[in-house]
Design a protein around this ligand. Sequence first.
Ligand code: GAL
Length: 934
Amino acid sequence: MDLETFAPGSGRLEPRAALRSDAPALDLNGLWRFRLSPVADVPDDFARPGFDDSAWAELPVPAHWPLHGHGAPAYTNVSYPFPVDPPHVPDENPTGDYRRAFDLPDGWSGGRLRFEGVDSFARVWLNGHELGFSTGSRLPVEFDAGPWLRPGRNVLAVRVHQWSAASYLEDQDMWWLPGIFRDVTLTRSAADVFVHASHDGRLSFEAAEGRLSIPELGVRDLEPGVEITVGAEPWTAETPRLYEAVLTMPYETVRLRVGFRTVSIQDGVLLANGRPLLLKGVNRHEFHPLHGRAVPYETMREDVLLMKRHNVNAVRTSHYPPHPDFLDLCDELGLWVVDECDLETHGFGQVGWRRNPTDDPRWAEALLDRMRRMVERDKNHPSVIMWSLGNEAGVGRNLAVMADWTRERDPSRPLHYEGDWSCANTDVYSRMYASHAEVEAIGRGEEDPLDDPELDARRRAMPFLQCEYAHAMGNGPGGLAEYQELFERHPRLAGGFVWEWIDHGLAHPRHEYAYGGDYGEPLHDANFVIDGLVFPDRTPSPGLLDLKKVFEPVRFEFGDGVLRVLNRYDFRDLAHLAFRAVVEADGTPVAEFPLEVPPAGGEIELPALPPAEGTAGEHWLTVRAVLATDQPWAPAGHELAWTQTPLAPPAPPAPEPTRLPATPESRDGRLVLGGGEFDARTGRLLSLFGLDVEGPRLDLYRAPTDNDRYGGLDRQWRGLGLRRLTHRVDGVETGDGLTVRVRVAPAATDLGMRVAYTWTATSDDTLNLTVDVEPDGEWPGPIPRLGVHLTLPGEIAHVTWYGRGPGEAYPDTGMAARVGRWTATIDDLQTPYVYPQENGHRADVRWAEFGGPTGTPGFKVAGDPVFGLTARRWSTAELAAARHRPDLVAGDRVHLHLDLAQQGIGTATCGPGTLPRYDLHPAPATLRLRFTPA
Ligand code: GAL
């Protein structure tokens, strides 16, 4: 049966370029008739034109049927959701039959039926005649419709099987989503062309016939195979200059946009147009929370705009060629693209790579077919600078088959493939999730040698890139800045692509966003599909904001009265930017002025700046680089980069009032000290300036982040019992204040923390707290947090703080958070990770003021010098127990965490954990806080 053949298809036409032609075309998208069967073996009488489909459902094309009520999506990462027994597939094989009638306009003759993408196996009939079958879900296919078209009404029938032999080649980490999910057309275009345009102005093209004109460059009727040189501006992702070209052929005219650019490798450095190229990239899957991989055009555009606005300059089309319109957008708006073939056989890794198609000659034709269809379709895009043979498909002979053909067909683009570290078939050395230390070694050319000296020498001469790094799953990724520093330091390092662009959370009536297991899949990989820089609705997560900061195209360094400006663009100067400076005193602007932009970078002298002699408060100078004029991807004023520097050392704390320290007064079993009331026996704080509070108590735990869970740290923390600390009061001492000594420890261990909470008051409206912590016993480090937890009445609704913001920050994240005065509601402080986890921590907070509706007593807490702030309407235990956003329900208390420190975030979900300098090891520590009424 064809379903289990190694052949990629039958009856198909040769692949050709995606082109805009004036040849007549019929759009066959829209509502089709549809019927789903649970097995493949169903009569194919539905292909007859006269078949009665009136009882069938209707289904839009393009779309995935499981997202329209037929069957259900399923998610696995590496595992095949069927037995690994190639080329066989299960009897349970969801099979969608599609029918659509269309009317041919008068005078129409001939044409090709073109499918841009069918997942996964399609057999096609026109007016009852079988045209053939095809596989290769994310690749176009054309069938000759000419002989079978009839004047007037025609009937197209397509049978789509979810599983076929080809499914073994499509084991990408994503939802399994069958259906005709890209456009269908009947076109009379047959043109193909391959334009060659290099940055030095050389221009030629290959085509069977036709003449090429580029009016803007004075090129008229160029013949195929003839090379000329023109005076064209080069294309780069920073300056995406395109020229409109017209290819005139006897039966049609084709329009395309030509970009002049050259990719090369010299002395182990990746070059574009002869200059070093640093890829600041992301991995992009096609995804929409309602439509799966049938991504609307506007959404593709939104992706490109969002990337550009966040200083991303490159995209790897993980792990298949995207919709062709996406590449047009990359040409037009400017992104470097690694175009990846629709090939992954990762699940064979789970059976020791036995019978891996990559190394089985019977699959050679299928693998080559995929490569050819990608290269032929996308060969005219200046944005495409590398071809990738696929992802995680192991090693084997068929890689050479793909690579050899591609080199011959298109010698102008380097080849990429990560799965074979010998790099036998590639031009660049690519890895995923290598640690900082390893990347550094490679940058220096000091990587471990390969066994084969010849291959080793070849690889040592290659540029290096991380096709995946900084796994953006949940809270994180940590370590971005440190990677970027390495990429910028070593010329061999060509940068990389963060994993990944978007959380693949499918819209779900109960869970808001679904991940693996939410559709009852017997085998799944849970929330491993929720690992993006943007949430499913494309709201940027804190990780994307950090990435924007790390990728910024201008760097600033403050010197003595000067600001040094470094141009981090590879190809353009800074003339399109404006610099805006502001001085703030304790977060309030006191001076604003523009700074001149040195187009090539350099030093600018700073004017005399506040603080004026004797002015109190912290003064900060912030300089922002914004777009001076509108760009096609962002309006004037859009911020690209910023920096801050303190102008004067923080003023010493205001002198304490000279009144004598207060001693606690005893009233009805309570101790009253300053604005606080305490339980006389336990020393527990009962009320603060009239506000009913619980705590503060030492806290060592956080709701695990994905990185804490997958990296194994949370297992240790649970093992230690950090989630269930007990608090034993050892002493309550009064004098010039109140000292409460407590031993905090989990059950079943002799490890603990000795804590002294010392309260003093200098007046009725100041209450100072010093928390001294001393580990008792040999703690195995690190621990998630060190701080205090208290709860407040639910009326507390908003907070204003002076510290870093507006977003969250952890020791190795939060580069996007700057010092300032910020205000947010408690609800807005939450980062809505699709899989709930620790989030929302504001760093380096000098003070925070809490309030509610009029009448609610508010208060202010100040650090000495700073603390970490988290406030939420649920407890850590509730946050840790939640599995989806709607599981988090506001309770009647606000949980406030005031932290001295937190453990870093890292990217241990996939890749290295936290760098050692961001580990939080238990050690004697002191947290100082001052409470005043607001
Ligand atoms: C890589 C793989 C990606 C994704 C990632 C983890 O190994 O190439 O597709 O699975 O790991 O999210």
